[in-house]
Structure formats: structure tokens, C-alpha cells
Design a protein around this ligand. Sequence first.
Ligand SMILES: Nc1ncnc2c1ncn2[C@@H]1O[C@H](COP(=O)(O)OP(=O)(O)OP(=O)(O)O)[C@@H](O)[C@H]1O
Length: 351
Amino acid sequence: MLQVTNLTKRFGPGLPPVVEGLEFTVAPGEILALLGPSGCGKTTTLRLIAGFERADSGEVRLQGHLLTGPHTHVPPERRGIGFVFQDYALFPHLSVLGNVMFGLAHLPPRERKARALEVLDLVGVTLFKDRMPHELSGGQQQRVALARTLAPAPRLILLDEPFSNLDVALRSTTREEVRAILKASGTSAVLVTHDQEEALSFADRLAVMRSGRIEQIGTPEEVYHRPRTPFVAQFLGRTNLIPAQAEGRYAVSPLGRLELDRACRGQVLLSLRPEHLELVPANGEVSGEVIAREFKGHDLTYRVRLGDAVYLVQTDYTKRFELGARVRLVPREAAVVVGSGGPLDPEPCPF
Ligand SMILES: Nc1ncnc2c1ncn2[C@@H]1O[C@H](COP(=O)(O)OP(=O)(O)OP(=O)(O)O)[C@@H](O)[C@H]1O
């Protein structure tokens, strides 16, 4: 559906690129999330795809048609792409129905109304069709904004932090609903967010961006469980980064002998998430000390000092260890190799 090739953008001569050499595709009906810290170029990428910004180099194609290229810049209104912004941007002087009909000016009046009612029904706000935007809750306004974007049946929808103005509870339900609506209508989408949980739960695939580049792209499970760099491992939730000496499928580490997710040799940096470690009472072996405990309702997170390092371990709420308890850290999963140990590696891992 969407193909982005080698896309690069600078905001001035001599300035570093804000987006550099971006490459990704979005399949028909697929939802891709662009995730990354503030300022890494997510919104600029969306604006380049929408045509609000001109690229310095690279291509954007929709269903094979060139929209952005060396000598091509199709204007935003002729791209067949919908856009949902963070602040909904509903027209305050138009009713819900009026807002949704606005983007359908090309249709005869009767068809406009019928199509608007159809999408209002799809997003579940038909009851509010005659209300003004200020008479709706944030979540309802967001659904109307989505209806307005869906009404002209765009081939692709770009969503820029669309849930960030909603409170936590409304946010997750609206997110689920919007995902279901996109799936029901078979619309492809690119979502920009800096919220890891949102990207993991909303997207079919996600791209983790850093300083204008994609550091890793894959399904949420792949990127979460098999991060390929320390940055990706740390950005997608909490993790323990552990230096170790690899020898095939195992490594010697401060936690003892660890199984690795792939064969490697030499100094490596490993990632083990807090939920992939278990705490066991120690009986004289090499042990760590529980130095902090954080109760989070359904689970507990412990901080354990072992040697010079402090490790995070997440256990279920039934595992109780007192502060000062001596414990052993036992991995429940293979450690993930996320980096080589440094320039002195005799045979560094191939990344
Ligand atoms: N029109 C512009 N002129 C100059 N610099 C810009 C312009 N738009 C964005 N930038 C810069 O480009 C960089 C990337 O901005 P962008 O908005 O794409 O990041 P982002 O990842 O979406 O961040 P956030 O999560 O904070 O919205 C920032 O350093 C920003 O200041």
C-alpha cells in the first residue's frame, strides 16, 4: 500500500537531517506504528508522507503511484491520504454531522448525508450527530474526528498522537475501538506515538526511531522480545543490560552462565527483562541483596544488588522478599544479545 524509500529531510542547509534514509512499507489493511523519543522525526515522517513537507531526497509511493520523488510532489489534497491530529481539529461551529459531511463536498448532497451517517454508525456516535463538538467528551470527539477522516474512504490514514489528550482509562478503550474500526474498514494506517504500550497494543508492526533513523522494525512481539540494540531494548519497557563473555549459545556473566538467544563469541551486551528473571532464596551460593521493592498491585518489582550492579526483577504479587533478603537471580528465558562489548572484541558478534 505504502512504500517509503530512502526518505531524507533537512530543515535548512548545513543543518543535520531530521529524517535520514528512511525505508519501510505498509501492507494493505496493516497498521504500522512509528515509535521513538521526542524530536526523533516521527511527525516529520508523517508530514512527508502526507505531502505537507517536501523531501530532500527519497520516494513515497501509494499503491505504486509516485507521490514524492526527485521531480514529483503531489499536493496533500490529491494524495488520497487521511490525517488525524492530536487535537482532533473539529470545526467548532459545525455539528457532528456537519463536520463529517465537510470532507465529502465532491458528492451530491443526499449521498453526502448517507455516507456521513454510515461512518458515524461505524464509529458508534450516531446518537450525537446533531450535537456540537463542545458537547462531546474527548473520546467522542476523537471518534468524530476519525469518522470525518474515514468518510472519503482514504486508502491510508496517518494518526499523529491521536490519543494523547485522553485520560488513561478512555485512552485504552478509544484505542481498542479505533483499531477495530480501522480493521473493519480495511484501512491501512501509520500511527505516531512516543507511548510504548500504545505502539505495542495498537500496531501490527512497529518501527522504533532514533535521531531520524529506524533502528528496528518488526512485529510488537519481535521488537519487544528480540531487540537488536540496547536503545530498542531500553526504549520498549524496562530491561537489565548485562555485559558478558559469549562462547557459542552460552555466556559467562555476573549472574552466572546464561543461555543466549543466538550463538555469539567474545564480549557482548545482553538484555534480560525484569519479567524474565526469577528470584529464589539463596542458600550460601553467590547471592544478591534485595534493596528495594515496588508494589504495583498485580505484580512486584524488586531491585537486587549483586556485585557492582543493580538488577530489576518483576515477580507476581505472591512472591514476597523482605528488604535485605539474600536471593539468587535465575533467568526464565534466554538472554537477548543486543550489542557487542566494545572495540577490543576479538570476534565481535555480527550486528
Ligand atoms: N518546520 C520545522 N523547522 C525546523 N525544524 C523543525 C521543523 N519541524 C520539526 N523540526 C525539528 O525536527 C526535529 C524532529 O521533529 P518532529 O516533530 O518530527 O519530532 P517527533 O519525533 O515527532 O517529536 P515529538 O514526539 O516531540 O512530537 C525536531 O528537532 C524539531 O525541532
